[in-house]
Ligand binder design. Structure first.
Ligand code: HEC
Ligand code: HEC
Length: 214
């Protein structure tokens, strides 16, 4: 899509929300300026060159704002984001969130164990797909999603460690699924999941996750 087609399509969207195109364009420009200051770690337009800083492009805007506030208030563990988030207001987080939500997600280019991808897909379907839909890919038309597929593996490992070592609050139902997976399949199951997320392959759910209620 050409840039002007894109601008028109976006402006039409803004108008249908009852915003004036001018104000909306200003907000998007401000969002971009703010997000540019994150590029050193999170890459251009939020596509990180890795490995420890996650990609933040195409993030769910509500999830984004909530995580920035949690970093700012020290409600969630971080090595660095706590300090960074203190420099911004909630209004600025919202501008950044809108801008990032509109950026195309570029899956991280990284090595992974090809032999484990199929096993990872099955595990994801059974234990994770219920909440992390479409194989954990970004789903910008949906709400309340967390990106796992195409995310940097080292970052995913840190995030899982933070959950498992109680530095970050683990949602109860996710905790239950994770525990039953680890019990049934052991620690290697996590490596299979990481391979699956890194491969960013086509994925169709077989719906196995739904009959796994306990
Ligand atoms: C010096 C490197 C650095 C800079 C600069 C930086 N970040 Fe981060 N960011 C990180 C790291 C590392 C993490 C993982 C959490 C942690 O350990 O702090 C992270 C995590 C995040 C997350 C959580 C993502 C997720 O999937 O849960 C968001 C959102 C985020 N950063 C947004 C931003 C924004 C917005 C800016 C610019 C205003 C920014 N970061 C600047 C390094 C950085
Ligand atoms: C019942 C719903 C549910 C299930 C099942 C679930 N998750 Fe989650 N997951 C969540 C929620 C909610 C969050 C956000 C937690 C927070 O607020 O920090 C999350 C966050 C995550 C994150 C952190 C993402 C980031 O960028 O910070 C990872 C990694 C993750 N989940 C992996 C998994 C894996 C792997 C499985 C399967 C073994 C799984 N989840 C199953 C609900 C779920």
């Amino acid at each position: 899509m050409g840039n002007s087609t894109m601008t028109k399509a976006l402006a039409a969207g803004a108008l249908s929300l009852g915003l004036t195109a001018g104000a909306w364009a200003d907000d998007l420009a401000t969002g971009k300026m703010l997000v540019d200051t994150c590029a050193g770690c999170h890459g251009t337009n939020g596509n990180s060159v890795g490995p420890a800083s996650p990609s933040i492009s195409a993030m769910d805007p509500v999830v984004f704002v909530d995580s920035m506030i949690a970093f700012q208030e020290g409600d969630t563990y971080s090595t660095i984001m706590g300090r960074i988030a203190k420099g911004y207001t909630e209004e600025e987080f919202e501008l950044m969130a809108d801008y990032l939500h509109n950026q195309a997600f570029e899956p991280a280019q990284q090595e992974f164990d090809q032999a484990m991808v199929d096993e990872g897909a099955k595990l994801h379907d059974k234990y994770c797909e219920k909440c992390h839909i479409e194989g954990g890919k970004p789903v910008p038309d949906e709400e309340d999603y967390y990106i796992l597929a195409g995310q940097w593996t080292p970052y995913l490992k840190y995030a899982m460690d933070d959950f498992r070592e109680d530095r970050r609050m683990l949602p109860k139902k996710m905790s239950r699924k994770l525990d039953s997976m680890l019990e049934a399949k052991g620690e290697e199951s996590l490596d299979a999941l990481y391979a699956f997320y890194a491969a960013y392959t086509d994925f169709t759910s077989e719906g196995a996750g739904d009959d796994d209620e306990d």
